[in-house]
Design a protein around this ligand. Structure first.
Ligand code: FPP
Length: 250
């Protein structure tokens, strides 16, 4: 029996974010090069998008390329950019068919122009879709995003458009790339690493974490459902005590 049948449809997280890790190590176990791992990672992306759509997740954010990934060997960066562009172009018709909208977070201006334009095109072509929003984190890091928000807010203050005393958490949230999205309730990371790697640093304040040892190319729909089921067994207290959380409002 699939664990999907055990999932409570009234408690589906609105936003799930994934650190897709282990492509390189997966390829090594197969005696192949790292690019082969990334290529197979695309299949896991396809399955995960389908799984998230099936159960009604509203936002799925995938950490596809971090700010720090620019420090990888040039050959790998070029292959990853090529692969991203190809995947975005080839998958768009299927995404439209499944009512999936593409969004992105990150410093898109730092991407090669052909990657940026494929992405912009895919976003425009899926803009009418109102099922799952697939958020690609590209040239993204949490610290970059927060610094970027600080810069924009500082400019408003300098131009007397905002009073520094009025800056609160909402103000910061408004200038993040994720301003129109709910914070992720659940973060998944594959490959047995227990790190956040500069991902969604502001937004994960109260996220639940799910780690598994599988490498990303082996991540299957059933693993996604397992993560959701596991999340649903947890008690989220947001700093309160258990009795308060379980109290039924009259
Ligand atoms: C991490 O594995 C993976 C990446 C940095 C790239 C993820 C990209 C894809 C799965 C390709 C396509 C994505 C989309 C959204 C179409 P790693 O290289 O860090 O592996 P390692 O830790 O074993 O070295």
């Amino acid at each position: 029996m699939s664990v999907k049948n055990l999932i409570n449809s009234d408690k589906i997280p609105q936003h799930v974010a994934i650190i897709m890790d282990g492509n390189g190590r997966w390829a090594k176990t197969k005696g192949n090069n790292r690019i082969f791992g990334h290529q197979n990672g695309v299949n896991a992306v396809r399955d995960t998008v389908e799984a998230a759509s099936e159960i009604g997740v509203k936002y799925l954010t995938l950490y596809a390329f971090s700010t720090e990934n620019w420090n990888r060997p040039k050959l790998e960066i070029n292959a990853l950019m090529q692969l991203l562009m190809k995947a975005i172009r080839e998958e768009t018709p299927r995404l439209i068919k499944n009512n999936v909208r593409i969004l992105s977070i990150g410093d898109l201006d730092s991407l090669p122009s052909r990657v940026k334009s494929s992405l912009e095109r895919a976003k425009a072509d899926t803009a009418h879709c109102n099922g799952l929003s697939l958020v690609l984190a590209l040239s993204y890091s949490g610290r970059w995003e927060i610094a970027n928000a600080a810069k924009q807010i500082a400019k408003l203050v300098a131009n007397n458009l905002l009073n520094a005393d009025d800056i609160d958490e909402k103000t910061i949230g408004k200038y993040l790339n994720t301003s129109n999205m709910p914070d992720p309730e659940l973060i998944i990371r594959t490959s047995g690493e227990y790190r956040i790697s500069n991902f969604l640093l502001w937004q994960i304040a109260y996220s639940e974490f799910y780690f598994l040892s599988k490498f990303w190319p082996d991540f299957a729909k059933e693993d996604f459902f397992e993560a959701i089921y596991n999340y649903q067994q947890r008690e989220r207290r947001f700093g309160k005590i258990s009795e308060q959380v379980n109290q039924i409002d009259k």
